[in-house]
Every structure is written in C-alpha cells, then in structure tokens.
Design a protein around this ligand. Structure first.
Ligand SMILES: Cc1ncc(COP(=O)(O)O)c(C=O)c1O
Length: 451
C-alpha cells in the first residue's frame, strides 16, 4: 500500500477513506497496478478515457509535439491549436473532421454563415480553449451573457457542470450544497427524469411536460432577462436520459425567446453517446457546446467551447474579456488532433453506436434476471443501472442516495479485476470505445454475478 494518501488531497472523498492502488500502466480497455493486478475499465476512469489507455497514436503525437514546441501563448499562433479548432468546427458543422482542404472548409463555413437569417441555422464558427470542463462551463456562461446582454442562466437539477464556484452553482446536484453561491442569476429547472417523473407523469403520454415546464420558467423569469439554458443533452453522472423529444423542444423554446442554448458535452461528447456529440444524435443544434474529457481521451487535460458563427462574429469587434495562460496549449491540442484522427481511423463513433446498442440489450437482459435493478437507460456506450432503493411511496429522493452495498459491490468487482463506477444508487457503465465485445461481456458477467 502506497503512502500517497499522506500527501495528496484526493477528490470527492473523505481522505481517511482513500485507498487507491497505484496504477502504473495501461493499454486499450485495461490498466494495471504496481502489484501487477490487471483491471478491465468499465468506467473509462472518470468517464474520460474514451480511446482507452495509452492510445499509441495520441502518445506519439504528444511526444512529437513535445520535441518541437511545448508552449506558446495566445499572442502567437500554434499549428496544433489551429488544426484542432478547425477539426472541431468541421465535426460540429457535420463535415468529416479531417477531410477537405482549408479553402473548402472556409468556403463551406462562409456558405453556412450566409444561408440563414437571422442565422439560427448557421453553423459553428470558432473555438475557445480551456484546461478542463468546468472552465468551459464558466467561459460559455460569460460569453452567453456578453452576447445577449442578459444575466440569467437556466440549468437543471440533477445536472453537473464542474467544480469551480460558478460551474458548481450552474450544476444542480448535492455536490454543490456546501459550496458558497459562486454565480448569481441561476434558476434551476426540474429534470427530464422519466423513471421518477417530477410531474408524476408517464412517457409517452406525458406530452413531454418537463419541456413545457422549461418554457413556463422562462416566461415567469422574463425571457428578456434570460441569457442561456445550459444542459447535458444526454448522459452525465446523474444518469439523466431525457426522452428524445426533449432536446429539440429546448431548441424551439430558445428560438422563441431568443435565448442561447448551451450543450454541455463534457461527458457525452466524442462518441460516448454514439455520435460525435449527443446534440447531433438528438438532432437539434445548440448555440454553443462545451467539451473536455474525450477531446484528448484524457491523455492531456483540455477543454473547449465551440460557438456558433453568430456568437463568434460578435467577438470580431467586442473584446473577449477572458483568458487562460494555457488556452490552446500546443501539447494538449496535438493530443486532441491525434485523438480525433483516431476516432475517425478506427470508426469509433459508429462503433459506440453499435456496441452501445448491444450493451443496452445485454443490460436489459441483466435487469430481467436481477430484480434489484429498477431501471436501465442509456445512449451509445453510456448506460446507467438504477438500483431499487425506494421505500415504495416515499417522496423522490432529491439526488442519488448512497447505497452501502453498491459501494461494496464496486470494491469486490475491483478485486475480481473489473473497474466500474457507482454514484448513489446508480451503477454507471461507460467503457472505453475501443473495448472488445467479448471483454465487455465478461466484465458485465462479473457485475451480474455480484448483483
Ligand atoms: C457534464 C460535465 N460537465 C462538466 C464537467 C467538469 O469537467 P472537469 O472535471 O474537467 O472540470 C464534468 C465532469 O465530470 C461533467 O461530467
């Protein structure tokens, strides 16, 4: 056992509870510790190692970039920064991330900017780089406020947007309870949580009441005061999977009231939900979206906000009053370029859709055999098993309620070589996109056994 716990404050834990094995290596969906024990990764660590561990092309790109240029500030250009932004914009605009010359890309971008008025349908224009997901949330909110000249931000209960003061306030879960209010003007919405519908309704006869509720709140708050709605389109550590109609309904509401829609794709992006971004799968374009985690497959910390052409154009003649020393760090951006190339070369986005469909079927079979599983939901290679923790008839618990036996299950699974994540009464299954079907099946068999 290492003495790391003596020196490091580890995240999200009482320090005396921490006892992690020291990990020294990994490959694909596997990683191993200093004692040579191997673990199959069914959570992609913190839902971020979408490309598995030590993806060779990403590691090579980092090494090559390090040998030429590690860092240069934003006063100077950096080729990987420019390349990564261009690829993100390409993907967001529905074009192949790597195909097309710069001239073709620019022509397509100009056409997109020109074809709609007031250009709600226009494409994405530019990318602001951050170091992580929370900073992406913070900067998306800043930009939305400057652009609209409005102050209020609508977000949902049972959501998470990062752990900085403002991002914590923008989120809506118990992790923010004991953090001082770091952002004024946030109004929380009830979540689209079909399994325990806050409106007591049932899908699909509910007419998506949770979306109508959003418009009610907009009207009560005064649409002219609302800058943006920020939400995870699908997935997230609260395990919320809205009905498919919900996200396009948010788009319509935002259009009606000239409010910006911000998609938090930090967890759901880069193939996790079976498309590059979940909003693409759900077929409604936001005005901005944030990303991190899968952007480099967690090989190097990096986050970003991609903004529509009209938001981007605003900053042509307005000061962008924000900055970070490491915005667009060349090493991180080189990792991002290589990661996107790897998603494409290995067809991992499509694979997440196909393998995800198989995984969801497998988990539904598991539910049929294990009565303790109350609900199974998911999209792509992100799934949640919600355990039955209810005293039937009791009020809806505000947030996932910790289940000691589920924590124990996670520990025992680790002893059997399977790493899986639990949060409250949710077991979260989101393996690296590169995992083999047979490996995934064997990992799920261990979980089934333990359940
Ligand atoms: C949806 C979502 N947004 C934002 C964040 C914050 O990202 P980071 O931890 O990189 O700051 C997370 C982290 O888990 C997340 O899941």
């Amino acid at each position: 056992m290492t003495d790391e716990g003596k020196y490091v404050l580890h995240t999200w834990t009482r320090q005396s509870d921490w006892s992690g094995p020291t990990v020294v290596g990994g490959q694909g969906a596997w990683f191993w510790d200093a004692d040579g024990r191997r673990y199959l990764d069914l959570s992609s660590q913190a839902e971020c190692c979408n490309l598995g561990h030590q993806h060779p092309a990403v590691v090579r790109a980092i090494r090559e970039q390090a040998s030429s240029l590690c860092y240069v500030s934003n006063n100077w250009g950096a080729t990987p920064r420019r390349d990564l932004a261009r690829r993100i914009v390409s993907i967001a605009n529905g074009r192949c991330a790597t195909g097309g010359s710069q001239a073709q890309e620019e022509a397509a971008g100009t056409a997109e900017q020109g074809h709609a008025s007031p250009d709600r349908q226009a494409g994405f224009g530019r990318v602001f780089f951050t170091c992580d997901g929370a900073e992406a949330t913070e900067n998306a909110i800043k930009m939305a406020r400057w652009y609209t000249g409005r102050h209020k931000i609508l977000s949902r209960y049972r959501s998470y947007h990062g752990a900085t003061h403002a991002a914590m306030k923008a989120g809506g879960d118990a992790r923010g309870w004991n953090t001082a209010d770091g952002l004024t003007g946030v109004v929380h919405l009830l979540p689209p949580y079909c399994f325990r519908c806050p409106f007591g309704l049932h899908y699909p006869t509910c007419s998506i009441r949770c979306a109508a509720h959003v418009e009610d709140v907009v009207l009560f708050e005064g649409p002219h005061t609302v800058a943006a709605i920020i939400a995870e389109p699908a997935a997230g550590t609260n395990g919320i999977m809205p009905p498919v109609e919900y996200w396009p309904r948010l788009r319509e509401i935002c259009d009606r009231h000239d409010i910006l829609l911000i998609a938090d794709e930090v967890m759901s992006g880069f193939g996790r939900c079976g498309d590059w971004f979940a909003w693409q799968r759900l077929r409604a374009k936001p005005d901005m979206f944030t990303m991190a985690k899968g952007l480099t497959g967690a090989h190097i910390p990096l986050g970003a906000v991609c903004v529509s052409t009209r938001v981007a154009a605003y900053f042509d003649d307005h000061l962008l009053e924000t900055g970070l020393t490491y915005s667009g760090h060349p090493l991180a951006c080189a990792a991002g370029v290589a990661a996107i190339q790897a998603y494409e070369d290995e067809r991992l986005i499509q694979r997440a859709q196909e393998l995800g469909a198989w995984m969801l079927g497998r988990l539904h079979e598991l539910q049929a055999r294990r009565g303790i599983i109350a609900d199974v939901r998911g999209l792509g290679l992100f799934a949640v098993l919600e355990m039955d923790d209810s005293d039937k008839g009791s009020p809806m618990p505000p947030f996932p309620r910790p289940l000691p036996w589920l924590k124990q299950l996670v520990r025992t699974a680790l002893e059997r070589g399977v790493s899986v994540a639990a949060r409250g009464n949710l077991l979260i299954v989101c393996p690296p996109l590169v995992i083999d079907q047979a490996e995934l099946d064997s990992g799920l068999s261990v979980i089934e056994d333990l359940l």
